[in-house]
Write a new protein. Structure first.
Ligand SMILES: [Zn+2]
Length: 104
């Protein structure tokens, strides 16, 4: 769970998803501006996730084109959803915030 470093209140999942390092998260309780503390992790997870997703996705698509079996196409969808969910869970678990500007 991602929490505000200042007041300890939960940050909405939606905000974490829309978050990038150009737009700090604003805590809805104490209105502090929060940025990622572990930036490297944050920058790494996107490309790594896309890479893992892409390689196996292409592999499954290849199987679909070779066999014509629609099951593989379904698996591509399941796989993409699973990886997205995995990335989301990792983000929520490991993203650490630091206060940039304290709210009033
Ligand atoms: Zn707060």
């Amino acid at each position: 769970m991602v929490v505000c470093t200042k007041c300890g209140s939960k940050i909405e999942v939606r905000k974490v998803l829309l978050f990038n390092n150009l737009n700090p998260i604003t805590c809805s309780v104490c209105s502090s501006k929060l940025r990622a503390k572990n930036k490297r992790f944050f920058y790494a997870i996107g490309p790594v996730g896309a890479g893992v997703e892409g390689v196996f996705g292409v592999f499954l698509l290849g199987l679909f084109f070779r066999t014509g079996n629609v099951v593989y196409l379904g698996l591509v969808g399941v796989w993409f959803a699973a990886v997205l969910l995995g990335i989301l869970l990792l983000l929520l678990k490991f993203l650490k915030l630091k206060v940039e500007t304290e709210g009033p």
